[in-house]
Design a protein around this ligand. Structure first.
Ligand code: NAD
Length: 435
């Protein structure tokens, strides 16, 4: 199939590349000329495992093209995927300005029977609005479908190639069949292709993200209580996870969720709930608990140093909102760094992939090329991201290099008793601190 994918970010680039890899002819479009020029020259704008090789292979095979020229790409496309950003607006609801701009831009160039597919996460009713806009602009009833994306950054290729399920929201069987055909190569393991109304598909995406965010905020609230009660959240997690009604997934305590999806999607769903006159009590609690959780490491650091961080050197390992990505949108580490700096501490940061992005958004932060260099002379180390590179550091060398052997582990990477035996003062989440 000949497909135009508009918006070449995390989702658009992965979607376009994976569709090209299954034999389709894909043109990825973006308004960002620098991004498109880079991609034409084999420069991948984001870090995502396996993406670079796949882009290069498919571009070389002539199945994957990049352009800023929307009209030319849309004119010949059987399907037009919309994958532009839908960030949080000032009032918490989704900002759909890019979506409306693209709808207007494609309308004059759409083929008679082209299918416009919304990949971006959009509030319930957006597909209907796009249908209405296109009808007004083209004078005909265009096919508009919803196809929300469930990939996780850091495992995006794998998630796209082997989805747990594919959800489409359609108004007619013909469009559903065409989308099923497009996804057939990715559903060979008998995973379901779920066809429903656009409203249900749009809602499915928000409900999925809100539920995942709820699990994180719930376990974080329980972890904070465990610390006060003398329990160990890891043991509690084991204790509940074996119950088949509960399970283990997404119940890891930490320093809160971040990224470009959970925070904004929870807030957009909150805005939708309020808009319809319902009370978003759970959603508000999920967001509030998460915002507070992003500050727990700072509170622990401050307490440790008697409230005075002036002149302290604090190392921060992990800046990306999760491992295997360079994405720092709403990352908990950014909140911690700001709080540490405001309290008078010097921050020395390390991340395997996200340092350039943080450098562009902060000032006064020192960056270390190697994790071990960040802790030289540090009064404490804070860990915000669960990168594998931090799982087994040389604790003896660290002990020698740090000014004070104090670790605040926001991802529970180490065993408290072992840390104590190694001579560290060790704080983690939902487990009693050891000294
Ligand atoms: P992104 O910011 O990485 O990419 C969006 C791209 O759209 C940018 O490259 C931007 O330049 C481009 N763009 C904006 N306006 C444009 C226009 N008028 N014409 C052409 N290009 C334009 O965003 P993302 O993370 O890829 O997310 C895209 C959508 O997918 C969002 O709705 C998001 O909620 C959803 N989503 C994201 C993820 C994720 O993990 N990132 C997962 C599932 C769903």
């Amino acid at each position: 199939m000949k497909i135009a994918v508009i918006g070449t970010g995390y989702v658009g680039l992965v979607t376009g590349t994976c569709f090209a890899n299954s034999g389709n002819d894909i043109t990825c479009i973006d308004i960002d000329e620098k991004k498109i020029t880079g991609l034409k020259n084999g420069v991948i704008p984001i870090y995502e495992p396996g993406l670079k090789e796949l882009v290069l292979r498919n571009a070389e095979a002539g199945r994957l093209h990049f352009t800023t020229d929307t009209p030319t790409a849309v004119k010949t496309a059987e399907m037009v995927y919309l994958a532009v950003g839908t960030p949080q607006g000032d009032d918490g609801s989704a900002d759909l300005s890019a979506m409306w701009a693209v709808t207007k831009a494609i309308a004059p160039h759409l083929q008679e029977d082209a299918i416009v597919v919304t990949k971006s996460t959009v509030p319930v009713g957006t597909n209907a609005k796009i249908f209405g806009m296109l009808k007004e602009l083209t004078g005909r009833e265009c096919h508009v479908a919803s196809n929300p994306e469930f990939l996780k950054e850091g495992a995006a290729i794998d998630d796209f190639m082997k989805p747990d399920r594919v959800v489409v929201g359609v108004r007619c069987q013909e469009v559903s069949d065409k989308l099923h055909q497009l996804y057939a190569p990715f559903l060979r393991t008998e995973k379901p292709f779920l066809s429903m109304s656009p409203e249900s598909a749009e809602m499915t995406k928000y409900v999925a993200n809100a539920l995942l965010a709820t699990k994180i905020s719930f376990i974080n609230e329980m972890a904070n209580l465990c610390e006060k009660m003398g329990g160990d959240i890891n043991d509690v997690r084991r204790g509940i996870g074996h119950d088949s009604r509960i399970g283990f997934a997404f119940l890891f305590p930490g320093v809160g969720y971040g990224g470009s999806c959970f925070p904004k999607d929870v807030r957009a769903l909150t805005a939708m709930t309020e808009d319809k006159g319902n009370l978003p009590e759970m959603l508000r609690a999920v967001d509030n608990v998460n915002e507070r959780q992003k500050t727990v490491l700072f509170t622990k650091v401050k307490e440790q140093f008697g409230g005075d961080l002036g002149g302290k050197r604090i190392a921060v390992w992990g800046l990306a909102f999760k491992p295997e990505t360079d994405d720092i949108r709403e990352a908990p580490a950014l909140v911690l760094i700001k709080q540490l700096q405001e309290a008078g501490a010097t921050v020395i940061a390390h991340d395997p992939e996200a340092m350039d992005n943080v450098q562009a958004e902060t000032s006064g932060v020192e960056f270390a090329d190697r994790a071990i260099d960040a802790i030289k002379g540090a009064d404490a180390l804070c860990i915000c991201t669960d990168w594998k590179a931090y799982h087994q550091p040389d604790f003896a060398e660290m002990y020698q290099l740090m000014a004070q052997p104090i670790v605040f582990d926001g991802r529970n990477l180490y065993d408290p008793e072992r840390m104590k035996a190694r001579g560290y003062c060790y704080h983690s989440i939902g487990r009693v601190a050891v000294d």
